[in-house]
Design a protein around this ligand. Structure first.
Ligand code: ATP
Ligand code: MG
Length: 422
């Protein structure tokens, strides 16, 4: 036998039984984003490698070890590990943000070479939002309100909580960085080799170390919030006030810094305890310097991205109330000489007049018994049956598969009847 070929590790198929839940989650996401007036954008999956190196930062985990990069002749390309860099690239390239505010969203696959485990994959999906040209904290608050609304729509609001921090300006972070490094040098023996390396390159990342002993010590470390510049301090205070007034609960987490280099001022994460180690379902923040850093006119930015796999897992875990739509409402059964054409014609007529219904035509031959079995298997509510007698009389038998009743209708009356029945 020929050896079969399997999917790449960490890259999943979505089966016909899983796709209804995915579609349900995606449509909730789309509807909420659209209800805030945001516009969808679609960017390529492949971008030139230097875009990510410049935007995300050379010493971040993503750029230093998680990217899928390859040469295309003499150009180095990367499968996008996140959406912000590509969105900013497109916004600059097409002038979307030149003297203009934009509220944009996107949804699609991202790629990171990580160790696959529950909630962590090599191809995964994000829905993200990027807002350009709005500097004040009201928009930060709107993004948080929007995500909170989505959690309600998904029925997971009891199982996620909001962590909030401000990491201030570049200048403030530099000052803080020196203070943190000085503090950590007194506890250098607690640091792993990797953390020692981070101490040089990206010491703020040590704040979210998984090392318990180090975490205890870090509770006594200098706090970034105490180093904030005045503008960032006011921005953060205004954001917190508005969230309080709008009834959004949050925890200020002084250790929250996020993994990508481009953030400033507000950073936030929505976390859950229901998924084990992969607890962050959504993360975001401000990136006021990024557009300029990538060669555009200085424009403020703020955004977030959420991991759709983790949202789907969380919905599966905690929301057992979802009524997913049936794949098939009506199954068209026909057998005998001259029955194929009327069955096809009736199915097309129903699809035209009752577009919200899902109608499956049998197509694969066999006797009535086999066809009814099939109708049950796909979960149809009704079977419409055309045999030779019905074909000759321009009629159809309408069989209610749940109630077990049936009646004969003229072909002209079927649309009306089904309209009332559904
Ligand atoms: P983590 O700390 O879990 O690695 P991150 O900080 O690298 O997350 P971001 O770059 O902020 O993640 O991406 C936003 C969201 O995308 C995450 O909160 C998570 O829900 C999701 N995500 C990130 N990486 C993966 C992955 N490898 N597999 C599945 N989802 C992911
Ligand atoms: Mg990561």
């Amino acid at each position: 036998m020929t050896k079969t070929i399997q999917a790449i590790r960490g890259m999943n198929d979505c089966s016909p039984t899983e796709s209804p839940l995915w579609q349900w989650v995606e449509s909730k996401v789309r509807n909420v984003l659209q209800s805030y007036g945001y516009s969808e954008v679609r960017m390529p999956i492949v971008e030139s490698t230097p875009l990510f190196a410049r935007a995300i930062g050379e010493v971040t985990d993503v750029v230093s070890k998680e990217m899928y990069t390859f040469w295309d002749n003499d150009e180095q390309l990367t499968l996008r590990p996140e959406g912000t860099a590509g969105c900013v690239r497109a916004a600059i390239e097409h002038g979307w943000i030149y003297n203009n505010e934009q509220r944009l969203w996107y949804m699609g696959p991202m790629f990171r070479h990580e160790r696959p485990q529950k909630g962590r994959y090599r191809q995964f999906h994000q829905a993200g939002v990027e807002i350009f040209g709005i500097a004040n904290p009201e928009i930060d608050a709107e993004l948080i309100l929007l995500t909170a609304r989505l959690w309600k729509e998904l029925g997971i609001e009891q199982h996620v909580s909001l962590q909030l921090n401000s990491i201030g300006s570049l200048e403030a972070r530099k000052n803080y960085r020196s203070a943190l490094v000085e503090f950590l040098q007194q506890h250098i023996d607690l640091l792993s080799d990797e953390e020692k390396e981070r101490l040089e390159k990206n010491p703020l990342r040590i704040l979210d170390s998984k090392n318990q002993a180090l975490q205890e010590v870090l509770n006594g470390a200098p706090k970034l919030l105490d180093y904030l510049d005045e503008e960032s301090r006011v921005h953060f205070a205004q954001l917190c006030t508005l969230l309080d007034q709008m009834g959004i609960a949050y925890e200020v987490n002084p250790k929250l810094v996020r993994g990508l280099d481009y953030y400033n001022k507000t950073v936030f994460e929505w976390v859950t305890n229901a998924l084990g180690a992969q607890g962050t379902v959504c993360g975001g923040g401000r990136y006021d310097g990024l557009v300029e850093q990538l060669g555009g006119h200085a424009t403020t930015g703020v955004g977030f991205a959420m991991g759709l796999e983790r949202l789907v897992l969380l919905v599966q875990e905690v929301n057992h109330q979802i009524a997913l739509p049936r794949a098939v409402d009506i199954y068209m059964v026909y057998s005998g000489e001259g029955t194929t054409l009327p069955a096809f014609q009736l199915a097309e007529k129903l699809r035209k007049n009752l577009p919200h219904l899902r109608i499956m035509t049998h197509c694969s031959g066999g006797n009535f018994k086999k066809q009814f079995k099939r109708a049950d298997k796909v979960g149809a509510n009704f079977a419409l049956v055309i045999g030779e007698t019905e074909a000759a009389a321009q009629q159809v038998v309408v069989k209610d598969l749940l109630a077990g009743t049936q009646q004969v209708l003229s072909l002209d009356n079927v649309v009306d009847y089904l309209q009332k029945a559904f």
